[in-house]
Design a protein around this ligand. Structure first.
Ligand code: HEM
Ligand SMILES: [Ca+2]
Length: 691
């Protein structure tokens, strides 16, 4: 026994590993029974897509990894109990204990081998970006943490109160402190919201746990009631609804479904706590367009002239349709569009942004082909992909982040890009992974900016009330794009005119009560789900992050007065016993916006700025850096810098968007009025002509 470390033997380790494996075996047996009894949830509407999802090697890879990781988590719990470790002892000792030579060894994976010399083009899965830490940022690796996890049992159970008790039910917190429909933002457009979601779906995806066949466990029964404990999958964490809840009153439901996120195995392959898995590449690398692995990507390509697959509907270029789904184009069954990220149809605005980028890829590929007839499919595809990713990064750092974070934070965090010459931000010591704290909590305050009703504008730029629609009618349903030939252009005009809501403690009902309602009697609550998500990921409380972000930790609710208004402090007091218990997401949501130019409070700003800094400085393929095999020439870089979201909309619409304001994420007023598309700067691709 050295400096208080408990004694343990090889037998203890073997015993724990075997117990972990047994737990996994039990889970698999339970899953087989649940499947045979039909106790599965199905978020995915399109039956053929479910099929594809199941067969896709990629999805089963993350399932495989998560089931292995669950074995490790269970073994760690057993070992902690057997050795009688405290939470802090467990967090120190378990990560030092290797799984090598234990029955859990097969959970460990070998690091990727990379091509030499380094490729000019990014890998699909993000590997080999960092030349030393070749798996940094790869898909199916775990999230980074800004602060150590706080699990109830030190290994995987949701965060408890500071005195070890249970936190208040998330739905009750949502109902008692989050109100309906806030005011609209001024000066900015709903595109800020939708483009933000598009970027999010590039860099982060903590998938719900899935069975071997790709479906999820049902975490409530088909009548909306809690399942008997025997039928409840261990990865379920449903949220209970009480009498008085509007959804309970409307439907009699007592259960809101919630499935835990997939967990992963750290590359060092040791015992330890649960760490959630990012199923997408962590990099901002267009993976939502091209896919996060080679199989998905190849499926999206035509194999001819570098083009991405698409479908032709009455002369309009839309997404390819999942094979087997071609005839299911009516409203009930959704349309099953395929893209690099399977959330593409989550809502019609998001689908619209996705479509812009699909079309931009094919537009550029055709131009490059005309300039370089000698280039084959592979070169055309990769060169086009490299340009489109560069545009995506440029638009994110040049248009989106300044609006979201404000110019001061951009400067203070080193996020301002040079307008000439090469950028100098790359640092091979920077881990580009997405932080769990950002993805599972802080960045989700953006959900408060969602509008419940989407306005469409006709070609005369007038709002058409009768065509507007609510979100809840169209979750995972992009049939409007298919059925209504004018939809795409009208949605582009709407997105660049309508304002988002402000980010605050007020939410549209469409996501607060009706999330994914479909044909069900009651829907989900994105606020409650987000609170639950943060807790099950072990995200520490808001007060801890104040300290991380350089603000004083507070001792009492009343000390919050510098960043909160008194009314909100009073609300927080009703939801939490102690100021140390406040969920990170809720704290971020209610903070006032100290920085007048930015859309979020100081803690969310700090966590988001940290992330976008790492996303830039940890990416060897970031578009503006020099001296790499992948670097653009100075002339090409200048052309990338001409691109804008406005121009992208001008170049890729269905013919009726002929004017656009230069800054599409800002309202078309004053000096930012809509102007003819031909007056907007565009890229000159002749700089890509091979001499
Ligand atoms: C209509 C618009 C949107 C809807 C309906 C929506 C809905 C959702 C849902 C259902 C989840 C998963 C919740 C869970 O199970 O934990 C989620 C996750 C998330 N959302 Fe949104 N969202 C929207 C827009 C946005 C926007 C605008 C942003 C940011 C700018 C954003 C950022 C995030 C982030 C960071 C996550 C976590 C992603 C992950 O790691 O898996 N969302 N959203
Ligand atoms: Ca990515």
């Amino acid at each position: 026994k050295e400096n208080g470390t408990p004694d343990f033997t090889v037998e203890d380790v073997q015993w724990a590993a075997e117990n972990g494996l047994n737990e996994v075996q039990h889970t698999i047996e339970l899953e087989n029974r649940l499947l045979s009894e039909g106790l599965i949830g199905n978020k995915i509407k399109c039956p053929a897509r479910r099929n594809v999802h199941q067969k896709r090697g990629a999805s089963s890879e993350s399932r495989q990894q998560s089931i292995h990781a669950i074995g490790i988590v269970e073994a760690s719990k057993k070992l902690k109990e057997r050795l009688n470790l405290s939470r802090s002892e467990a967090s120190q000792i378990l990560p030092k204990l290797s799984l090598k030579n234990s029955p859990l060894e097969r959970a460990c994976s070998e690091p990727t081998t990379c091509p030499a010399p380094a490729s000019k083009y990014r890998s699909y899965d993000g590997s080999c970006n960092n030349l030393v830490q070749v798996d940094w940022g790869r898909r199916n690796t775990i999230f980074r943490r800004l602060l150590p996890a706080q699990y109830g049992n030190g290994i995987d159970s949701p965060r408890p109160t500071t005195d070890g008790g249970e936190l208040l039910n998330p739905r009750n917190i949502s109902l008692s402190i989050v109100g309906d429909d806030g005011p609209n933002s001024t000066d900015i457009t709903l595109l800020v919201m939708s483009f933000g979601q598009f970027v999010t779906h590039d860099i982060t995806y903590s998938e719900d746990f899935t069975f071997e066949n790709g479906s999820s466990p049902a975490c409530c029964d088909s009548q909306g009631q809690l399942l008997p404990p025997n039928d409840l999958h261990p990865q379920c964490l449903p949220i209970e609804l009480y009498e008085g809840d509007p959804n309970f009153i409307a439907s009699g439901d007592t259960c809101m479904s919630f499935t835990r996120s997939k967990v992963g195995v750290d590359l060092s392959c040791t015992f330890g706590q649960a760490e959630q898995l990012n199923s997408n590449t962590h990099y901002l690398d267009g993976s939502q367009i091209y896919g996060s692995d080679a199989t998905i990507s190849n499926n999206l390509r035509t194999g001819i002239d570098g083009l991405l697959k698409s479908s032709d509907v009455g002369g309009r270029q839309l997404f390819p349709i999942t094979p087997g789904c071609e005839n299911l184009i009516n409203h009930e069954l959704a349309v099953c569009f395929q893209a690099g990220d399977d959330r593409v149809e989550e809502n019609p605005q998001l689908t619209t942004i996705h479509l812009l980028f699909l079309r931009e890829h094919n537009r550029i590929a055709k131009e490059l082909k005309a300039l370089n007839p000698q280039w084959n499919d592979e070169i055309l595809f990769q060169e086009t992909r490299r340009i489109v990713i560069a545009q995506l990064q440029h638009i994110t750092y040049n248009e989106y982040l300044p609006v979201l974070l404000g110019s001061q934070v951009m400067v203070d965090s080193g996020l301002v890009l040079p307008t000439t010459g090469f950028g100098t931000g790359y640092d091979s010591n920077v881990d580009p992974s997405i932080s769990n704290d950002f993805a599972a909590a802080a960045f989700r305050v953006t959900h408060s900016s969602i509008q419940g009703t989407l306005s469409l504008f006709n070609s005369a730029d007038e709002q058409e009330m009768e065509r507007s629609f609510t979100l809840s009618q169209y979750f995972f349903d992009a049939s409007r794009l298919m059925d209504d030939p004018g939809f795409f252009d009208s949605a582009l005009r709407g997105l660049t005119k309508q304002a988002p809501q402000t980010i605050d403690g007020l939410y549209t009902d469409e996501v607060a009560d009706k999330l994914y309602i479909g044909q069900k009697k009651s829907g989900g609550d994105l606020i409650a789900i987000t609170i639950q998500r943060g807790r099950e990921h072990g995200i520490p409380s808001y007060n801890e992050f104040r300290e991380f972000c350089g603000m004083p930790k507070v001792q009492s609710f009343d000390e919050l007065i510098n960043e909160f208004v008194q009314e909100d402090i009073d609300l927080l007091k009703t939801a939490y016993q102690s100021v140390d218990d406040i969920d990170l997401y809720i704290g971020c949501l209610f903070e006032t916006h100290v920085e007048s130019e930015s859309l979020m409070g100081p803690t969310a700003l700090c966590i988001a700025a940290e992330q976008f800094q790492k996303t830039k400085n940890g990416d060897r393929y970031f578009y503006d850096i020099g001296d790499q095999p992948n670097s653009f020439t100075p002339d090409q870089l200048d052309q990338i810098r001409q691109s804008s979201l406005a121009r992208l909309m001008c170049d890729n619409n269905d013919g009726s968007v002929t004017t656009m304001q230069p800054f599409a994420m800002k309202s078309p007023v004053g000096t930012n009025q809509r102007i003819p598309c031909s007056s907007l700067p565009s890229m000159d691709l002749t700089y890509w002509k091979d001499m």
